[in-house]
Design a protein around this ligand. Sequence first.
Ligand code: GDP
Ligand code: IMO
Ligand code: MG
Length: 430
Amino acid sequence: MANLIIVGAQWGDEGKGKIVDLLTAHFDIVARYQGGHNAGHTVIIDGRKYVLHLIPSGILHAQKQCAIGNGVVIDPIALKQEIDGLAAAGISCKGRLFVSNRAHLILEYHRLVEKGDEERRGKARIGTTSRGIGPAYEDKMGRRGLRVCDLSDPDKLRRHLRENIDVKQVGVAVDPDRLFESAHALGTELSVYFADVAEFLNGNIDEGKTVLFEGAQGTLLDVDHGTYPFVTASSATAGGACTGSGVGPTRIDGVVGIAKAYTTRVGEGPFPTELLDELGERIRRNGQEFGASTGRPRRCGWFDAVVVSYSRMINNLSSLVITKMDVLDDMEEIRVCTGYRYKGSLLRSFPPEIEVLAQCRPEYVTVKGWQQKTAGTKSFDELPVAARDYINRLSDLVKTEISVVSTGPDRSETIITPGSRLAAWVPLGG
Ligand code: GDP
Ligand code: IMO
Ligand code: MG
C-alpha cells in the first residue's frame, strides 16, 4: 500500500503513459497534478492505441477513479473532446473523473497570446505545443486567471473575460460575448466532473486508498529545475505533485523516474548528447520518435547520465524505469554521457545557464551493442549479456535501482527486475 509519483526523468515522452498503465492495477486512483493537454501519453493495450492528453492514463482501467488536480491548466474544449473521444471508444468517465474546481482555465486568448509570443521570439522561440499552456500559467501567477469554479458564476465569468481580453489587447480576434457563451455552456455541461480534488484525494487516503500521481513532461522541462527558458510553465518534478494536488509530502511514499535508454527532446533548447547525424535518424526511425500530441519529429541522442543523475537528485528518485530498450537493438556501439566538459574543465553539477549547457562537450563511455532482438523480452535473464550490462551500467552511473525495463510499447512487453524497492510497494511479480 503506497502512494507513488511517476515523473519524467528527461525532456518528456519517456513512456510515462505505458508505465502508469502498467502500475494502475495496483492503485485506487490515478491523478494528474500539472501541465495540461500539452502532454501526450500513449498506452497500447492488446494492440489498441490510446493517447491521453489531459485525463489520467488510469481512465483506461474501468474500475479506477481519476483526478485532475488544481495544478493542471484545463482547456474546457480539450477536456470535452477527450471525454467524448473516450466515450466513443467505450470508456466512460462518468462518476469516476474528478476535476479540481481550483484548476485554472486555458481560454481562446491564451492560444492567441502564445502564438504572438512565439512569433515575436523568432529564432529564439521555445517551440511550444501551441496549447496556450504558458499564458494560462502566467495569468494564474499574475492573479488574473479564471478557474474551473468561476464557470458556474456567470457575472464573474463575463466580467473577468472582458477584463482579460482588454488587458491582452486581443479584442479584435476574440469576441467576449461569444467566449462567455461558449465557456459558460461548456462549464455547465462539464460541471458533473467538477469537485474539490484535494478533499477527494485526502479523504480517500484517510480510508486507506492509494494514489498514483501521473507526472507530465519531464524534469528538464520543469519551470524551476529545467533548461530555462526552454521549459514548460509548470512544476513537472515530484514537488509539483503536492502543490498540484493538495496532498502533503508526508503522505507520499516514493518517486519513480521514467527514462528512455537514450534521450529525446521536442522543441528548442540545448541538448548536449543530441545526434545530428545518421545515428540520430536511426534512433528516430527505430523508436518512431514523433510527438504524440503535435506529431513533430523528436530530436534524438545518447543516454545522458548527467541529466538523469540530476533528475535523481531533484526528485529524490526511489527507483528508475528504463523504456525503449528494444530501440537500440541494432546498434553496433552505444554511447553514454558520463560528464560535461566546459572550457576544458569537468563540471561538477548541472549548469543553470543554457549558454553554458549549449557549450558543454559530453564525455562518453562507449559500450558494445547487443545486436540481438530484445523487443518483447519479459525477463531480465533472457536479455543478451550486453543488454544486461548496459542496464547495470546505467543503474551504477545514475546511482538508482532500475526496477522495470520496457522492451516494447505494449503493456505485456515489460521486464520487472526482482527484489526492487518498487516491487516492495507494488506487487508486480518478477
Ligand atoms: P509519455 O509522454 O512519457 O507518456 O510518452 P509518449 O507516449 O509521448 O512517447 C512514448 C512512445 O514510446 C509511445 O509511442 C509509446 O507507445 C512508445 N513506447 C513506450 N515504451 C516503449 C518501449 O519500451 N519500446 C518501444 N519500442 N516503444 C515504447
Ligand atoms: P509529455 O507529458 C515532450 C515541450 C514543448 C516545448 C516546451 C514548452 O507527453 O511527456 P509548452 O507547450 O508546454 O509551453 O511547451 O515543452 N513539451 C513537451 N515535450 N513531452 C511533453 O509532454 C511535453 N509538453 C511540453 O515541446 O519544448
Ligand atoms: Mg508524450
